[in-house]
Structure formats: C-alpha cells, structure tokens
Design a protein around this ligand. Structure first.
Ligand code: NAD
Length: 352
C-alpha cells in the first residue's frame, strides 16, 4: 500500500474545436462584463479575434505580455485594468501571457479565463513566476489559479513545429517529475503517464503534418494533463535547475527544458527506478533518459544548451547556485554529478 494525500484544484475546462465561440457564455457564467484581453505582441491578431467573440463585454486589449512576467509589464497592465475598470482577464497565448493574467489576478483577485495556445500548462497551476531586477521569484496562491480554461485546438495549429516540439517536451518534464515527486500519488501518476503518451504519439505526427487536427488535439490534451501534474505535486532537480539557468543566462524557456530534461532524468534514474520504468513505457522506449533524448532530437530539437546561449564558463556558477537553493530530489545533489549533468546538457551529448 502507498500512503498518499491528494488535493484537487477547482476549475472549469472546455476542450474542443471552435470553443472560443463559447467565451461570451463563459463570461456570462462568471457574471463579468468588462473583460481585458491579454496577449503578446505576436498574437495581437488572435487577441482581436477573441475580442470579436466577446463583443460588447470587452473593455480593452493589452498586447505587451513578455516572457518571464517582468513586474514592470504587470504594473503597466495594472494601469490599464484600473483605467478601464476591468472585472476579468482573458489570456490568449502561451505561458508568458498566462503569466501576466495570473500576475493581475494575484494583485486584484479578478477572475481569469485562459485560452492556451502552447503546451506549457501554466493555465492549470496556482503558480506564478515573476521577474524583478533580473531575479525570478515563484509564488503559489489560490488566487493565481485560473477559473476557466478554454482549450481550442484550432488556435494551436499555427504553433510552429519547432516550438510545438520544445513546448511538448516542457510539458513532458512536468509529468516526468510528477512521477518521482515526494508527493506523488496514484491519480497524478496516471495523468502523468497518459500525458507523456499523448505527446509521444502526437509530436511525431505534428512534425510530419503541422495541421493534423487529431494530433494537435492529442497534444493539447497532453498539455492539460501535464499542467495538472505541475500544479498538483512538487517538482525537483529538473525544474529547479531550469529555473536557475533561465534566471542566470536568460535561456529560452521551452528549448532549455528540452535540452536539460534527458540529463536530469539520467541523474535521477538510479534513485527512482519505478518512475523511470513508467516514463519509458509511456514513451514506448527502452529507457527513460535516452527515450526522451531520442524523441526530441529525432524531431529536430536543439539538444545542446550552448547553442541556446549557455556559456561553458557559467557551468560552475550554475552548479553553485543549484546547490545553494536546497530542495528535495530523489537523488541527493552532489557537485560532481551536477557538473557532469550540465556539461553533458551544454554539449548536447546523448545520455549513456
Ligand atoms: P510563450 O508564451 O513565451 O510563447 C512563445 C512565443 O510563441 C510568443 O511569441 C507567443 O506569442 C508565440 N505563440 C504562442 N502560441 C502560438 C501559436 N499557437 N501560434 C503562433 N505563435 C504562438 O512560451 P511558453 O513556452 O508557452 O511560455 C513560457 C513562459 O511560461 C515562461 O515564462 C515560463 O516560466 C512560464 N510557465 C509558467 C508555468 C506556471 O505554471 N507558472 C508553467 C509553464 C511555463
């Protein structure tokens, strides 16, 4: 018998094709009438389309969401929330836009509707990472958890193949670490296995045919499952290391997760054999670390952190930082092991 504690997060999920047409009904259900639509500058076209679906309920569109949720951008958006008297936010985009919506909700307790267009999974978590003076600080709070998620497969078809692959590996990382989490429990482990399988099936199909709706739906379903994993149990070495590297060297989020994951898994494999067997099974691979490396590299992902901007001279400093922030991991952290992990990830070698 395995003892466990499971806490489910409240939230409403609408999943399908053409579901953005239901946004007006969702706003009415929440009883909100002055919505602020959020996006990045690149997705302002999709934000305007969303605004059309919401009609007179839209108070305005703010399209300056930025990666890593800088507090200056949040302050700017908060000015618009106050000027317009907005009573809810609608975030359309990836983790960066969802992050801005969460930052506003954390400050105001306004309800959030999220329309995810990547596989990052932030929409399903009560976690917010904000950057101030070059440092990313993570907060977890019930106010941060979005009230409604509207998954519309049609909006994900434009996600370029390379971003689909790395975003998918970012999602898989949540599920992998959930399987060996200290708070692992049977429900989340089921979601994790199913989430990994969904991506192992769908990413090769998307790479072969980016507008394959069935594969896109499978990937988006996987993104939801993996996001629930991230929001439900604690993460370990892989996520903490990526957090450190992202903050120190400003590496791109999803590609960095993709290059680090096989090596973090190789580091932990001796101390989490059962989880590794489940990862391998879900991937349809012989072994977890090499299976993850082969999936990503086979789909053209950049596997060396050096190409993503990681300086070789930064490895020791990153190891120092990783060792300073103590956290739980299935295998205790040691300097030589972490240095080897980061050297392998920087060079992009296949785990042995
Ligand atoms: P992103 O949101 O930064 O998106 C990357 C780029 O792709 C942006 O320019 C975006 O506009 C564009 N894009 C998104 N969807 C598109 C689509 N369908 N078609 C075309 N272009 C599209 O990337 P991301 O990886 O989703 O998010 C990364 C951020 O999310 C990081 O800051 C990370 O820390 C955060 N995050 C937070 C959590 C959490 O639970 N708090 C979880 C995962 C990620």
């Amino acid at each position: 018998m395995q003892d466990f504690i499971y806490t489910g997060h409240p939230g409403r999920v609408i999943f399908g094709s053409g579901t953005v047409a239901r946004l007006g009904d969702e706003a009415d259900r929440l009883g909100v009438t002055r919505l602020l639509v959020l996006s990045t500058p690149e997705q302002v076209g999709q934000a305007e389309e969303i605004a059309r679906h919401l009609g007179a309920r839209v108070a305005g569109v703010y399209s300056k969401a930025t990666m890593h949720t800088p507090v200056e951008v949040t302050a700017d958006a908060m000015g618009m929330v106050e000027r317009l008297g907005a009573d809810a936010v609608v975030s359309i985009g990836g983790g960066s836009t969802t992050g801005l919506g969460k930052a506003i909700a954390f400050r105001t307790d306004l309800p959030q509707i999220v329309v995810p267009t990547t596989y990052a999974g932030s929409e399903a978590t009560p976690i917010l990472g904000e950057t101030e003076n070059g440092r990313k600080v993570t907060t977890s709070n019930a106010r941060i958890l979005p009230e409604v998620i509207v998954y519309d497969v049609d909006l994900t078809v434009t996600l370029p193949v390379s971003m689909s692959v790395t975003s998918g590996l970012n999602a898989i990382a949540h599920a992998v670490e959930a399987l060996y989490a200290r708070e692992a429990n049977p429900i989340i482990s089921l979601l994790a296995e199913e989430g990994i399988s969904a991506f192992a099936r769908s990413l090769p199909a998307i790479a072969a045919q980016p507008d394959d709706r069935a594969a896109r739906a499978d990937a988006l379903y996987g993104a939801w499952l993996c996001g629930v994993c991230l929001g439900s149990v604690g993460m370990a070495l892989h996520h903490k290391l990526c957090h450190t590297l992202g903050g120190m060297f400003n590496l791109p989020h999803a590609p960095m997760h993709t290059a680090v994951l096989p090596h973090a898994v190789a580091y932990n494999r001796s101390d989490a054999p059962e989880a590794m067997a489940r990862v391998a099974k879900a991937l349809g691979a012989e072994e977890a670390a090499t299976g993850l490396f082969d999936l990503a590299s086979g789909l053209g992902a950049t596997m060396d952190l050096a190409s993503l901007g990681m300086p070789r001279t930064g490895i020791d400093e990153a190891v120092d930082q990783a060792l300073t922030n103590a956290y739980w991991n299935p295998r205790p952290l040691n300097r030589d092991g972490l240095r080897a992990l980061l050297t392998d990830a920087t060079d992009g070698v296949r785990p042995s």
